[in-house]
Design a binder for this molecule. Structure first.
Ligand code: ARG
Length: 461
């Protein structure tokens, strides 16, 4: 039989395969709360504008509440023949209240309806992700504060470079995640405009009040162009791109956890709660959660790509292609929720092996830059020459199989007679990090300052 919703000009019903490719109810049922909220706002406005009678309006609102309760109770008969969440809700409303249900769709199209529902959903997802990221920042800040002065090797090329503090390393991620949060806030501003009332594409001849429905739904105002209102999905793309960038940050931290928990590094130990064993090798404590955060980043990047590609060739205004906007967004939101929670758990629970970090901090001649800097500062040597002197000291220590700090003053003076006993002090990893007091540097006091500033802005300061 032809569709009750749009079948007027059809004699026959859709082929089974047509129904399968066309139906979105299996995934867009997740929009039910937004769909009903949007319909209620639309209905209230129609009554206020005398487009609907108070009586019809009241029965629609009561009916929609019943539908909502049925869905939430888990006993709603979702139907593939009814294609999507919008027609499932409306058809159930008709079964509950009769003819008046057919008046709800006055001055509205599924095109502006779905764009509105989806914006409401993404707005909630943005808020949820932001709250989760605030929790992760808090966890990172706690570890940073605890380990503001814990020395560790800083790397470039994954080769020991210069000593840094573990707190400084954690704070680097606080910066990244904080920028992700600011991208979310920025995206939220742009998405917070209401497409409802764009109707199918051209607006409507009914005297609707778009400002009222926008305000009712918590939007800053109505979208200014009806064609744009029903046909762009940049708000979803911004959510996905922000998610993808954030996922890349999580993935890099996850990668570091994988490296740091290896027997070769032993920088940190993940808790039992965030590791798994091996069914054959009894000694194993595998960082599966970190590996999966790293892996799932691929999905989120894929979700962004998927929707960019769906959108790139579409002429204005709505095309059914746009129904495929939802699954990538749902997948990315679910994946991010899981990844952020797992990362927060790993960071909160991990044990930081300060002694191992300290021993590693000095390995690989990481204070070579400090001795070069000393030559510049104390005996006014040009940096290029100082670099050479320090390089010769490294070679000497390396040939002897000892660390820079194990060289004697006589050893050093054999290479550069200007070096004095005072130079020996700069070779320790503690003095190295303590000396890095430039703004944004790794000196423990700078790290403590950075933690305090980040805490303040986390608490809305
Ligand atoms: N399920 C559809 C979607 O998600 C709703 C809009 C349908 N509009 C239409 N013109 N067929 O995009």
């Amino acid at each position: 039989a032809a569709s009750a919703m749009w079948g007027g000009r059809f004699a026959g019903g859709p082929a089974a395969i047509m129904q399968r490719i066309n139906a979105s109810i299996d995934f867009d049922k997740r929009l039910y709360a937004q769909d009903i909220r949007g319909s209620k706002a639309h209905c209230r406005m129609l009554v206020r504008q005398s487009i609907l009678t108070q009586e019809d309006g009241d029965s629609i609102l009561a009916g929609l509440d019943t539908v909502l309760a049925e869905i939430e109770a888990g006993d709603f008969p979702f139907s593939t023949a009814l294609e999507d969440i919008h027609m499932n809700v409306e058809s159930r409303l008709a079964a509950l209240i009769g003819e008046a249900a057919g008046r709800l769709h006055t001055a509205r199209s599924r095109n502006d309806q779905v764009a509105t529902d989806f914006r409401l959903w993404v707005r909630d997802a943005v808020d949820g992700m932001d709250a989760a990221l605030a929790g992760l920042v808090e966890a990172l800040l706690n570890r940073a504060e605890e380990h503001a002065a814990t020395v560790m090797p800083g790397f470039t090329h994954l080769q020991a470079a210069q000593p840094v503090t573990f707190g400084h390393h954690m704070m680097a991620y606080v910066e990244m995640i904080s920028r992700d949060r600011s991208r979310l806030a920025d995206a939220r501003k742009r998405l917070n405009e209401c497409p409802l009332g764009s109707a199918a594409l051209a607006g409507t001849s009914f005297p609707i009040d778009r400002h009222a429905t926008a305000a009712d739904l918590g939007f800053a105002g109505p979208m200014r162009n009806s064609l744009d209102g029903v046909s762009d999905r940049d708000f979803a793309l911004e959510f996905l791109s922000t998610s993808a960038i954030c996922a890349v940050h999580l993935s890099r931290l996850a990668e570091e956890l994988v490296i740091w928990t290896s027997a070769q590094f032993r920088f940190v130990r993940l808790s039992d709660g965030f590791t798994t064993g091996s069914s054959i090798m009894p000694q194993k404590r595998n960082p599966d959660a970190a590996e999966l955060v790293r892996a799932k980043t691929g999905r989120v990047i894929g979700d962004l790509n998927a929707l960019l590609i769906v959108m790139k060739g579409l002429p204005l205004a709505y095309s059914k292609d746009m129904q495929d906007d939802k699954e990538p967004v749902f997948e990315a939101a679910d994946t991010m929720e899981l990844a952020i929670a797992a990362m927060t758990g790993m960071i909160s629970d991990m044990t930081v092996n300060a002694e191992v970090l300290r021993a590693a901090a000095g390995a690989g001649f990481t204070t070579a830059t400090d001795i070069a800097d000393w030559c510049v500062r104390a005996i006014n040597m040009p940096f290029r020459r100082a670099h050479h002197v320090a390089g010769s000291l490294v070679k000497l220590a390396e040939d002897r199989g000892i660390g820079l700090e194990d060289l004697t003053l006589a050893d050093m003076q054999g290479i550069e007679p200007g070096i004095t006993a005072e130079a020996m002090a700069v070779l320790s990893v503690d003095s190295s990090v303590a000396s890095r007091t430039s703004f944004g540097g790794t000196a423990p006091n700078r790290v403590r300052e950075a933690v305090a500033a980040a805490r303040k802005s986390l608490n809305g300061g």
